[in-house]
Write a protein that binds this ligand. Sequence first.
Ligand code: SF4
Length: 743
Amino acid sequence: MDTKVTRRNFVKLSVGAGVLGATQPLSAEAPSRPGWRGTQRIEQIATNCEMCFWRCGVIAEVADGKVLRVSGNPDHPLTQGRLCARGNAGTELLYDPDRLKYPQIRVGKRGEGKFKRVTWDEALDYFAQKLTDLKTQYGPESVALMPHGVSSAFFGTLMRAYGSPNRAEPSFAQCRGPRDVGYALTFGRDLGSPEPVDLEEAKLIILIGSHIGENVFTSQVTAFAEALSRGARLIVVDPRFSTSAAKADWWLPIRPGTDMALLLAWMNVLIWENGYDKEYIEKHATGFAELREHLRGLTPEWAEAITELPAGDIRATAKAMAEAKPAVALHPGRHTSWYGDDTQRARAMAILTALTGSWGRKGGIFFPTPLKPGKFNLPPFPESKRGRADGAGTRFPFASEDQGVTNGLIDATLTEKPYPIKGWVIYGQNVLESVPQRQRTLAAMEKLDFIAVVDVMPMEHVRYADLVLPEATYLERYDMPHIVPSAKKPFVAVRQPAVEPLYESKPGWWITKELARRLGLEAYFPWKTPEQHLQTLVEPMGVSVGTLGARGAVAFEGRPYIEDRIPADGPLFPTPSGKIELYSSLLKQLSTGRAAPGFDPLPRYTPVTNPPIGHFRLLYGRSPVHSFARTQNNALLNSLEAENELWINAKVARDLGLRNAQRVILVNEDGVRSLPLKLFATEGIRRDCVYMAHGFGSGANGLRRAYGRGASDNALMSRVQVDPIMGGTGMRVTFVRVLRAEG
Ligand code: SF4
């Protein structure tokens, strides 16, 4: 027998580790890995998972050019050998017969789904010609990039080089943007991904609408379970008896939309009943006097009338925070675009974190440790004279210029203001399932001169493309390295191909470089191979590409707590005042003289609209075996869960004359109807809302297993509430009726 660890081309590139900055790799030794099936020689390739964005470390076992299975990489510093069900099903994505297989150009009407097969040369020449024509006729800003996923970073560089500042991904406006802006306004930095929540050391964990256990990220769910096993207490705020609520010491089934009132009442108790971390606040924060006055009278009794939670429970949970401080892990959440005042809710959560003294402390939220990857010597990027079209920095003052505002770009495409958008490049982003108000998205697509789509699977939006390019799966390609400062031991991890791309699919880096060459922009991609690209990025961190390729990830010593920080890490709180801003100086500047509400320097409760009679608020979340709308066609995962179900209060179901497991449809206030789904009647949800897992009810007929199975929450979101601070779309403002499905 012969055991072989594959280092592929990395071995050739391996050089001695140089060290820059204050952070050095913990180990330069590559371990050996046994890898055999009977007498068959197995190559083991260390890479990382992309069945979701957590990117757990993976070992792909390969024989005869085929991936036999994937398993967790025990050397990965964060995920330590664990994969979830989706991660284990990675090979089913690789070998899914429904994959996009070759480049195609539209021949029918847009949306009709008729395409002709073309060669890569034809496809890329066509793409380059379209981009050139649009630039000549309307300027480079007329083309917008709608990216998602790691490989799209290459295309981001290309679009900047082309001259367009317009890019937007749903991870900001439809997901964690409000959270990151709210925390950045308070502490001077956002949270990053993975979230630096110190579950390992927490004495008290607080989840507000966050469903750990249903959203499964291996390292987080493990740390959560271990924390509970060693006795950490748990507060879960959720209208629904979620998986985590089932483990809670306190389940607070709050009236949807009133979380701000609860947060203010908690703060009131901590301050007015002397439970906050006085020393920490005096040393590190500004605006305490204003906050204290702001909270006067916002007692648990005041909040009880709004939240429908007993004042005694609000006070008891606040006291639990006072007792556990500073080891209070208030999870900032991930999908936080709920009601349109979401940045303010995130501000309230950040302030509560400050009051318990938990930011930068053991058991709270820890600091990232800066890493310094290498850089490429690129020509300057052209500056746009017309600025961005999505409202980032203007209409939405704190929107991320990096991640952009998807709905802002859709608005601009529809209105042609501030200038016409004529082309979309959609890279790995299912715009019809990730962005709400689908009818507006479709109307915007209808107006475009050109739509290019790069994807692995024939998702809903693919049929609206003029050009379809099949991307290789994560098991077939190199990607940007995963450089993660926001782990207790920061690390860099590699994604490298386990096998050659199937069919005619190509890796994103190759597609981008080839297009750049045709556009005369190859100077922005000054590396010949992806291995060279990796080498330039990681070696300045003291990481040998040989070691990285063999073990999959290399970790560094972290400096997670206040007492660990060194001057090279920069200021503790990079706000304008250099302190934690309980009272936000930036919001104060913006609120002065601004007619629009929502910019208060201290968060305040704004009443939400109640569901009309006969309607329920539509809540949504995650299935533990699916990621967004991306995995429902996966053979293994589909066999575990092919469709979603609708949670409804059991008494309400009886009153409506509905039975458990019966099929129903939902109809929203604008008359949009869902596909049928099964009813789950339970005492574990309030009477004013219903709930379903996101990502089902696919309208993509090329996804033969997922097509038409279950119902789509997104399709019902014809209305949103936009956050004025950063442009996020509040998506828990949909009201639905529940009707018996016919037939
Ligand atoms: S949490 Fe699961 S799907 Fe996500 S990266 Fe890890 S193994 Fe893959």
